[in-house]
Design a protein around this ligand. Structure first.
Ligand code: ADP
Length: 633
């Protein structure tokens, strides 16, 4: 079974290849790009969300620790104002005698011990220290002029003095709280308490907290990381640097900037700072980023800054980004695989559908063709039936015609036959009369000779009638015939017509056994030779050639005469029944038709040739029944 190839609707190769090529070329880079893009987006979102969460948590931490710093500072704010109530202090300020000074020194010493501050001292309005808790120490402030200190300048003006500074005598950092001592609405001196806030730094370090406190100049005065101490959180102009250096607020320490590698402002008081890594903890990284949250400390011009490391967050965000990228790659891979599988299934389904369609079309066609074939088979059968009937009718008609032809021939020949028989009968009558007389005379020899002649004559008459009988008898299509015998029989039948003629018969054929009934062959030859005799009636030297030649399993016998030939018009109608040129009762026009029919019935043929030398030749071709025998006649 062959399927119709047009049923497979394949796309043209050029069109089918192109999208696939484009897909294969561009899909992998696209997937990789999307992977990177989505990975980065995942990282970015995760980092931002993390920063938001961190800053929310940080805000609480900031509040907590800033309050701790505020409370640490406010613990001492009452101390300087307390001295206002102390009468010995006001006496000293009114009369700075050595007795008063000693009294206050001792009082301050005791107060300082109890309050756990670093030092407490009292200055007059010129800024000179009149009494101090550390009066016993060698680096005591006693008698020192501290009027240049900002806390003194604020306090003497009646403002709270808040000041971070490094001691000008011992270089020790401290927090100075100053208060203007009033008497009757007038400032008579300044009380100062110096406290140390290093405990805060230690607390931060213990809690692993990264934080610092910067003062009004932006200088870090307290820091969990000692490296950041006395660094400036914002750029310092040269003027400021000089001014601060002159004020000796930070002693002689150089004031450098904190210099973060990157600074990104996220919100009010919230920054992202990146510092170069310089601690051992993060030595494997080049830089460390912090979320920096700053809040001003109440009651002071200072700010508290909490630093939250973003390292873990960043690592987490990178992991998230990688996770997103991998998840996307997995989904993309699954989608591509699913798509490919879908296409394969679709192609298979399409092929199956096409095959089914082809099959059903084929079946339809087969059904149609079978129906057609059945119909044409039926037609053929009926045609065969009709043809058989027609053949039967024709055969019957042919038989009738043959018979009619024979009867006609007999009719035609009856005169000749009568003549043929009358002649020997007359001879017989004479001979028998003579024989009786010769017997009466005793001439036995002559009588015997006459009787012999009588015998011969009777034989001849018997042969004539036998020929006629066999010609008239209905033959059949089966049987074999001897060519020589048939020619002899035909010549015998026609003898009556041949005898008066000076006819020359040329026999140029070999004996053959032909596939035809003997009688039918004789009938054909009688017809052909009879016609030749008719044509040669006016011929002075009539000649009849009987020439044979084998070929293609057949034997061709040419019956040629030198008669008048056949005119052009007559040639067209020779084999038509009842076509005759013979006048009156002489011709029936059946001889050639019947002969041709008889020859054709055996698988042979009858044809005509018109030799250039004149006359006519009829070629009878009949199938051979046996191999050719080269037997001369
Ligand atoms: P019929 O002999 O009764 O006319 P045929 O069928 O035998 O019928 O012959 C048909 C015609 O063919 C003849 O009338 C004659 O004109 C022509 N014919 C047949 N044989 C010859 C021949 N050998 N030579 C010339 N004409 C012939």
């Amino acid at each position: 079974m062959k399927c119709d190839p047009t049923l497979y609707r394949a796309a043209p190769p050029s069109l089918a290849v192109k999208p696939r090529l484009i897909r294969h070329l561009f899909l992998p880079p696209l997937v990789i790009l999307l992977m990177i893009g989505l990975g980065y987006a995942g990282f970015w979102i995760s980092e931002h969300n993390g920063i938001r969460t961190l800053s929310e948590n940080g805000q609480r931490q900031l509040e907590l620790h800033a309050r701790a710093v505020e409370s640490e500072i406010s613990k001492y704010t009452y101390l300087p104002s307390l001295l206002e109530l102390e009468s010995s202090v006001s006496q000293l300020l009114g009369d700075p005698s050595p007795e008063h000074r000693q009294t206050v020194n001792q009082y301050l010493e005791g107060l300082n011990r109890r309050s756990r501050s670093r030092a407490i001292y009292v200055m007059d309005t010129t800024g000179r220290v009149l009494a101090t808790s550390n009066w016993r120490d060698v680096d005591s402030y006693l008698g020192e002029d501290l009027s240049f200190r900002a806390y003194y300048q604020n306090a003497v003006r009646g403002q709270p003095g808040r000041f971070y500074g490094i001691g000008s005598t011992n270089g020790e950092p401290g927090y100075y709280l100053a208060h203007g001592l009033e008497e009757q609405g007038k400032i008579i001196g300044v009380a100062v308490v110096k406290v140390r806030l290093e405990a805060l730094e230690e607390r931060w370090q213990r809690a692993r907290l990264e934080a610092f406190v910067s003062d009004e100049n932006g200088i870090i005065i307290l820091s969990s990381d000692p490296a950041r101490r006395l660094k400036s959180v914002r750029p310092l102009s040269e003027d400021t640097k000089e001014r601060l250096a002159r004020s000796l607020q930070y002693y002689w320490f150089p004031l450098n900037e904190l210099e973060p590698l990157a600074r990104e402002r996220l919100a009010e008081g919230v920054e992202k700072l990146t510092f170069p890594a310089n601690t051992e903890l993060v030595s494997d990284d080049k830089a460390i980023s912090y979320l920096s949250q700053t809040r001003p400390l109440s009651d002071t011009p200072w700010s508290f800054t909490l630093l939250t490391p973003l390292q873990d967050l960043r690592r987490e965000a990178i992991n998230q980004g990688i996770l997103v990228a991998v998840a996307f790659a997995l989904v993309a891979f699954l989608l591509i695989a699913w798509n490919e599988r879908r296409k394969v299934i679709a192609t298979r389904l399409a092929a199956r559908e096409a095959l089914q369609e082809a099959n059903s079309q084929l079946e339809r066609r087969i059904t149609e063709r079978t129906a057609d074939l059945r119909a044409s088979n039926e037609r053929l059968k009926s045609q065969i039936r009709e043809r058989r009937q027609a053949e039967e009718t024709l055969r019957r008609a042919q038989d009738e015609l043959v018979q009619a032809g024979k009867l006609a021939a007999i009719g035609q020949m009856s005169t000749s036959i009568a003549h043929e028989l009358n002649q020997p009968l007359a001879a017989l009558r004479t001979l028998s009369g003579n024989t009786v007389r010769f017997l009466e005379r005793g001439a036995l020899d002559t009588a015997s000779a006459n009787l012999k002649t009588i015998n011969e004559l009777i034989d001849r008459m018997g042969r004539i009638t036998a020929s006629l009988r066999s010609f008239a008898r209905r033959g059949d299509d089966q049987g074999q015939a001897s060519l020589t015998k048939a020619v002899d029989a035909a010549l015998q039948i026609l003898n009556a017509r041949i005898e008066p003629l000076p006819l020359q018969v040329h026999r140029d054929f070999t004996e053959q056994v032909l596939q035809i009934d003997q009688t039918r062959l004789e009938q054909i030859l009688v017809n052909l030779m009879g016609n030749a005799l008719d044509a040669m009636q006016a011929q002075a030297a009539p000649e009849l050639w009987l020439e044979g030649e084998p070929g293609d399993g057949k034997y061709r016998l040419r019956v040629r005469d030198n008669g008048h030939g056949i005119d052009l018009e007559a040639r067209k109608h020779l084999f038509e029944p009842f076509f005759t040129t013979k006048p009156g009762e002489q011709g029936l026009g059946l001889g050639l038709t019947l002969s041709a029919s008889l020859a054709a019935a055996t698988g042979g043929s009858l044809g005509v040739e018109h030799p250039a030398s004149g006359g006519t030749a009829f070629v009878l071709s009949l199938p051979l029944a046996s191999p050719i025998q080269a037997e001369p006649i």
